[in-house]
Design a protein. Sequence first.
Length: 515
Amino acid sequence: MGLTKLALIGLTTLGAVAGLQHDQKPLFAEETGQAPISGDKKPLVSSDALQDTISSSKLLARAKRLYKIAKLSEDEYNHPTRVIGSKGHLGTLKYIYKTLQQLGDYYTLSEQPFPAVSGNIFEARLLLDLDLAESAYPMSLTPPTPKKQPVDGQLVLVANDGCHKSDYPSSVDGNIAFIRRGTCPFGTKSELAGKAGAVAAIVYNYEDTPVTGTLGTPSPHHVATFGLSGAEAAPYIAKLKHSKKVEATAYIDAVVDSIMTTNIIAQTTEGDPDNCVMLGGHSDSVAEGPGINDDGSGSLALLEIATQLTNFSVNNCVRFAWWAGEEEGLLGSDYYVDVLPPAENKKIRLFMDYDMLASPNFAYQVYDARNEVNPVGSQQLRDLYVDWYVAHGLNYTFIPFDGRSDYDGFIRNGIPGGGIATGAEGIKTADEVAMFGGEDGVPYDVCYHELCDNVNNLNLTAWELNTKLVAHSVATFARSFEGFPERADDGYAVAEAKSGQYEKTVKYHGSKMFI
Ligand code: DTR
Ligand code: ZN
Ligand code: ZN
């Protein structure tokens, strides 16, 4: 990815939303001031009234606009994309921000610039005993091999799972570390391998399947790192355990950039600011395509609901977030929660994540949040979605609440969370075809993270219906939190205790595995 420096212009941020840090220039604030809105008392929002404002025609118009914005990146990427740092993403941010500005002072708008890391892998190859390793995949955010040239070395089997310095024998120095997956993140293994002098590292799976993971936050000690399937690793492990040598050649041409990008936050100026319902979608896409379903469908649903909500008054504050850098590993939502002071954390009663609401071969999927593992209230939110689908005579399925999208930072920090989705690369089953229609044996979204994730990659029935459900979730809590659990007084202790259980099950942070 070319370094498109984000044109940070202007200085005034239109009102800092509580708890946000503003240590960088905003993007658009000074371009047009917010038009005042009439002071007429508006009717208190209701679920039915807000749902009635939602239509697929309005959503589709926004999707077409977003695709045109993605095309702004064509000169740099040769195809439409809204990846962070691209003109398509900057155009997305401008579209969101200006749309909100035109809603007058109903919202306090805020930008939250932050430094994001973005990786690009141009070429990679791994040879083991001169054979091309077919199941070798470079880890996201991996650095290149030295001088971006192939490096030769012997495979050196690391002890245990390679999570401690003592697991790395001195023979790793100048060679290629061969490390078993498990116990600690891939990034930790790569860092320890680098500190032991390895010229590259391979993390082999404890299952027969390949490993497609991320190293996470870059470290100066990271080395070029591949994942490898357990099946392909097995014969080499056997050779090494019988003191036989395995020669290897590793080659990765990659770059890891740090760029400035920004979250956009809009909070109702009315409503109890100490009891906020918060919801988010991500404003970025992968580099490979325009991301109209992933996550144009979620971020545009939020923009449409934020627009329609201005016809109503609210009792509790409603905070919308458009996260940047989700595709690089939940960077924007992580940053937001990381810098949120504890007192501000407590004001967020729950966070609802909306990421992929319109998959062509959809299933109505609800994150299976449980109060015994997740912050109390997460299960109540889950059941709000279930009750709505059931009340509308619709089927639904539970999907793992497994860290793959922007709720992860919130639930790790004690804030109840949840959300709905319609499916990504997973394959729809015959049972699900009976429940939702569509095609058996086909991915929910065959264009997931592909160039074809364009306006034709949307199921408008699912998108309109799910956007009505999002409207229901907003209106319900904007009116009242009656019956919804209070935030735990010892929120952090409780979160710590639960995150221990959560950690045991979660292998993802964003769309990539990290452990
Ligand atoms: N929307 C995906 C991340 C994601 C969120 N939930 C799931 C469930 C299954 C697969 C992927 C996801 C993305 O941003 O890539
Ligand atoms: Zn997504
Ligand atoms: Zn994605």
